[in-house]
Design a binder for this molecule. Structure first.
Ligand SMILES: *Cc1c(COP(=O)(O)O)cnc(C)c1O
Length: 494
């Protein structure tokens, strides 16, 4: 039987895994979501000694069940290879009484590599399966992290082209260099004279522009999206939670069947939803702890069932979590209201029209399973310093939000369940914040901070940062917002 992915906003809109990946977002605006979860045999006696790739095969073949074994092998082998700086792909580090699951060993040193290194292969394979032989053109607006991770994933993947827009002057020096030095004949980077919202709005317009769509079709090409609403990004994120549990068993840190907590620093709710799906297929989990920064819309939501985006947007030291509309939460809402697509559509319409919605009559078993909290800027920086002083380990600010929220949860509840912290970025990606937290003084410059971070932690400077200062700049285009479409047309020759 083939697994059904249903739109969260229309129960008649049902597709297979490969169709869901190719479409990205459902045309009714909903997100494709599994209604029934697959039967997966999580035999941890066997999984204890399995490689990351083997666990990936188990999980992906269950969720993406219209892909053949050969297709999945091809995708997995091309994704989780020497692009990662360790053969274990996602190492676990024991730090006092918590376990850090380091998800930042891929090519852009942030956790988005875990899914974006496989998405290009899933997407091109899905297209082939659906008889689509168009070139897949990825358009992305980025505030810094996603664009680079997507380019690293799609660079030189046959049958794809990727165009990334970022706000000129709106990203860190390291992030900018990571993008402008990107290699790959099919990658294009454009700085725009505007902010992230301007870029995002224009990208959405281009997606929905019928005449542009036709021009592309005439050239044998079509747009697609690499954003986190695509289940092709969600499913690969289930893998590392299963893998981490197997590693803990293998190390004798857990008894068979013992439950764990997982704390996830959250923005769009994708990473933590993947942990929930891991639980749905049998991972022994006690609590999922949703950690936010000062943009704490999710903390309030879990406390009251009231989602209210009408609040001031705060720029924090964990920018990848500076989000007021958490797009993947829609999938949890759908499950909370009993997989009711009419109800979900009503709530999501209220969010657009009124900026808020109130949840009622939810499934308490699902809700009780989540804990939520947030860390202020001061608490985040104090947590980086505390962990360094105690254990000489330096966290990036996103991970520090999670570890601060977990500490507060444990102090509040006395819950002694062993806990995994999803560690979403290398501190080398945010070196100034990390160094300032430890030393109490700003380095003044990203590259000076990289050196100081190395001196403090002794952790090798990752390939992704080394050489960035001297790497040749390959992308120099800067355009007005109004000229973004012209840039796309000239790259695609339409
Ligand atoms: C994207 C990102 C997050 C948030 O992940 P979501 O899946 O959007 O909740 C957290 N930390 C880092 C470093 C990220 O890049």
């Amino acid at each position: 039987m083939t697994l059904v992915y249903q739109s969260t906003r229309n129960e008649k809109n049902k597709v297979t895994a490969s169709q869901a990946i190719l479409q990205g977002l459902a045309t009714d605006g909903g997100l494709f979501t599994p209604v029934d979860f697959p039967d997966v045999n999580l035999d941890f006696d066997r999984l204890k000694s399995a490689s990351y790739q083997e666990v990936a095969k188990l999980v992906l073949s269950a969720f993406l069940d219209d892909f053949t074994e050969e297709e999945l092998d091809f995708c997995i082998d091309n994704a989780y290879d020497a692009k990662f700086d360790t053969p274990v792909i996602a190492p676990l580090v024991k730090l006092g009484d918590q376990y850090h699951l380091e998800l930042f060993h891929g090519s852009t040193i942030a956790f988005k590599d875990m899914a974006l290194s496989i998405l290009p292969y899933l997407l091109t394979t899905a297209a082939k399966k659906q008889g689509v032989d168009d070139k897949i053109v990825i358009l992305t607006a980025t505030s810094g992290d996603t664009g680079k991770a997507a380019m690293a994933g799609f660079a030189d993947v046959a049958g794809t082209e990727i165009i990334v827009f970022y706000p000129n002057g709106g990203v860190s020096k390291i992030q900018e260099l990571q993008m402008t030095t990107q290699v790959g004949d099919n990658t294009h980077v454009v700085a725009i004279e505007g902010n992230f919202d301007d870029a995002q709005t224009k990208v959405k317009e281009m997606f929905n522009d019928e005449s542009l769509r036709q021009k592309l079709a005439a050239k044998g090409a079509q747009f697609s999206s690499a954003n986190s609403m695509n289940i092709g990004r969600l499913v690969p994120q289930i893998v590392y939670y299963i893998y981490a549990y197997a590693q803990l068993l293998n190390d004798g840190q857990l008894e068979k069947g013992e439950k764990i907590n997982i704390t996830v620093p959250t923005g769009n709710f994708g990473n933590i939803l993947a942990a929930y799906y891991a639980k749905q297929i049998g991972l022994p989990v006690h609590k999922l702890i949703c950690a936010s920064n000062e943009n704490n819309v999710l903390t309030d939501f879990f406390a009251t069932g009231f989602y209210d985006k009408k609040r001031r947007f705060k720029v924090t030291s964990s920018p990848s979590m500076d989000i007021l509309v958490s797009s993947n939460l829609e999938r949890l809402i759908f499950h909370l209201v009993g997989n009711d697509s009419a109800k979900t559509r009503e709530l999501m319409t209220a969010l657009v029209d009124k900026g808020e919605y109130q949840l009622s009559a939810v499934n308490p078993d699902i809700l009780d399973f989540f804990e939520a909290g947030f860390a202020t800027e001061g608490e985040t920086s104090a947590e980086i310093k505390r962990l360094y002083d105690d254990l000489s380990y330096i966290e990036d600010p996103h991970t520090a939000v999670a570890s601060a929220v977990y500490r507060a949860y444990r102090d509040r509840t006395g819950d002694q369940t062993k806990t995994i912290i999803a560690s979403t970025a290398s501190p080398y990606k945010f070196p100034r914040v990390a160094v300032e937290a430890v030393k109490g003084k700003d380095s003044g410059d990203d590259f000076a901070a990289v050196q100081e971070l190395h001196d403090l932690s002794g952790v090798a400077i990752p390939k992704a940062v080394k050489g960035l200062e001297t790497a040749p700049i390959r992308h120099r285009k800067v355009v007005e917002v109004a000229a973004m479409q012209k840039a796309v047309e000239s790259y695609l020759d339409v």
